[in-house]
Design a protein around this ligand. Structure first.
Ligand SMILES: Cc1cc2nc3c(=O)[nH]c(=O)nc-3n(C[C@H](O)[C@H](O)[C@H](O)COP(=O)(O)OP(=O)(O)OC[C@H]3O[C@@H](n4cnc5c(N)ncnc54)[C@H](O)[C@@H]3O)c2cc1C
Length: 382
């Protein structure tokens, strides 16, 4: 009988948590350990995804999702549209609960990793864990991605005094004042009186004024949702949106690297849940958990993913380099008038070459010359 392989997953965020859950379910042959530096798995996040994003094999995450809706709406000045198709949210508290239930002592919080090598993980408290395979999912470190723009957001969890009347998410209410790039409000109705309301901006820079964003969110809620409400929590994020020319994240030899650390995210939305699910599925199929071999396969897979994102990074160039901030809303409004299948494939990272042509066709919302230059030029790294 072959020796049982030991696997240590470093980082119990979205990617690490999903990898550990998938291996726990599918690979009882492994000696598995998940290590997270924080007090809980998943941090403080709300991850959303469309049904189509996890089609063909990702349904296993649905039993522990937080909420689902049958469709969603987008709003632009003078135009709104409803899309049907399930839209789901997973909150980190639910991911944490599920990991704790499923993995028990195989998943540890308050376990900060000081250093890792292909076969040894050392914690800050001095403990060490030897492993046949080390999986590094420690997340994105600012400064690691060159030539990028940013999606940044600040959201408030609110409870309204009376039912707010919203039954489905508003994915983008872009009929709001445009500040600091392309700005929209995102609304998730958790229940008849509970909501997440988020101010999102596609900006050139990463800085974010939480106090000002909170003020404008409070004004928005009063004007559009409810006059009496309490704020019960908040959420903030800054995601890199890589431009064409951005360098692919570096993966360490001998270590299986995953999650946003390995560049496994959507180039335009910055979202990584669908890629984290696909990666967990892929890993669970591995013939042998020999880190020296698996790390090469994972790095090849990450490179292929990065190469496939080239078209979307070029679209990012058009959005950020050819369009003045106020023109970015016109680009998005035009996008949301397109065929719903194409929009679905865009989010699911399954665009066809015909889709590429479709996306580039029609009356451009930016000057043709500037758009073409931006599409082909490599943004400066820095
Ligand atoms: C507020 C916010 C909302 C988002 N919403 C969505 C969304 O709706 N849909 C979507 O698909 N994407 C969303 N994203 C983008 C992306 O999916 C998330 O950033 C996602 O959490 C990235 O997953 P990850 O596992 O790669 O990194 P993370 O989730 O950041 O996980 C990394 C983990 O590693 C741990 N860690 C780091 N260093 C160490 C160490 N030395 N020792 C031990 N542990 C360590 C961290 O504490 C963390 O828990 C959102 C991002 C943010 C910030």
């Amino acid at each position: 009988m072959s020796k049982q392989r030991s696997v240590v997953v470093v980082g119990g965020g979205l990617a690490g948590g999903l990898v550990a859950l998938r291996l726990q379910a599918m690979r009882p042959d492994l000696d598995l350990l998940l290590l997270e530096q924080g007090e809980s798995f998943g941090g403080e996040h709300t991850w959303c995804f469309h049904d189509a994003d996890i089609a063909s094999g990702g349904e296993w995450i649905l039993p522990f999702k937080t909420c689902s809706w049958p469709g969603y709406e987008v709003r632009f000045p003078g135009y709104k549209r409803r899309f049907s198709g399930a839209y789901h949210a997973l909150r980190s508290a639910d991911l944490h609960r599920h990991i704790a239930q499923q993995l028990g002592a195989r998943a540890q919080t308050n376990a900060a990793v000081l250093s890792l090598t292909p076969h040894l993980v050392t914690l800050v408290d001095g403990r060490t864990f030897a492993a046949d395979c080390v999986i590094d999912t420690r997340g994105f470190t600012p400064g690691e991605t060159s030539a990028c723009a940013y999606q940044k957001f600040h959201g408030l969890f609110v409870t309204t005094a009376t039912p707010h009347g919203l039954t489905e998410p508003v994915l983008m209410d872009a009929a709001v004042e445009q500040i600091d790039g392309y700005r929209f409000i995102y609304v998730l109705p958790w229940s008849r009186t509970q909501l997440l309301v988020e101010d999102t901006r596609y900006s050139d820079g990463p800085s974010l004024d939480k106090a000002a964003m909170r003020g404008s969110l409070v004004d928005y809620i009063k004007e559009h949702i409810a006059s009496v409400f309490t704020v019960t929590g908040d959420e903030t994020g800054v995601l890199p949106i890589p431009l064409h020319g951005a360098l692919k994240p570096v993966t360490a030899p001998g270590v299986v690297t995953a999650g946003v650390r390995a560049g496994l995210f959507h180039p335009t939305t910055g979202y990584s849940l669908p890629d984290a699910v696909r990666f967990a599925n892929w890993l669970a199929e591995a013939a042998d958990f020999d880190g020296d071999v698996l790390s090469v396969a994972a790095a090849d897979r990450a490179s292929a993913h990065w190469a496939r994102g080239s078209f979307c990074r070029r679209l990012n160039n058009m959005m950020f380099m050819a369009a003045a901030p106020e023109a970015r809303r016109r680009i998005m409004a035009q996008f949301y008038r397109r065929d719903s299948g194409l929009i679905e494939r865009f989010y699911a990272s399954s665009l066809t070459q015909l889709d590429w042509l479709r996306l580039l066709s029609g009356r451009p919302p930016v000057a043709v010359g500037a758009g073409l230059r931006a599409f082909f030029v490599k943004a400066a790294s820095g």
